[in-house]
Design a protein around this ligand. Sequence first.
Ligand SMILES: [Zn+2]
Ligand SMILES: [Zn+2]
Length: 201
Amino acid sequence: MKVELHLHTSRYSACSQNTPAAMMERLIQTGYDAVFITEHNAVWSDEEIAQLQSGFPEIRIFPGVELSTGVDGSQHILVLGTTDSEYLKLRSAEQILQKSRQDGCLSVLAHPFRWAGGAEILKSKILPDAIEYYSGNHKHPDAEMALEVSKRLNLPIVNTGDVHSLADINQFWIETHYPIESPGDIRKVILERAYDNCVFG
Ligand SMILES: [Zn+2]
Ligand SMILES: [Zn+2]
């Protein structure tokens, strides 16, 4: 399955340029099978996900969130597979990572080397389940630094679009070795490393 793990829409992310519908259309055109919607500090409800899903049966649409935490909000953590607004009340990275694990969600440290302090959580006892590799906002040399850290800490590393506009789609993604049927499956696939990181071209 061709999967987008990190996507913002103009519905809840002010920095995103395109509507959910426009994003879904482009994902389908470029062959994606599944997408996780990860707005900045906002969750979609189950009803909203179901409504968008009913308009785009060609792609599986799953919920998630991108939470800003740490000093100056420089640490961004994706929690994949949740519509739980309780995450928005959590202040520390440790609390977020713990809840994500309890809930059976997948936590991913987004663009760890985009900003100073973005990788601080990697020094603490509780680690994210995975870290971001290449994305629209995390390329060479940041991505290579992430690869080194992932090897040192033995963490899976994943390509994402960090999609904010249609042009970010079909640049970086993962291909899973078996289908994602429910939001919880993504945790299993990534922890089993049953996926490949892909790059356009
Ligand atoms: Zn971010
Ligand atoms: Zn993002």
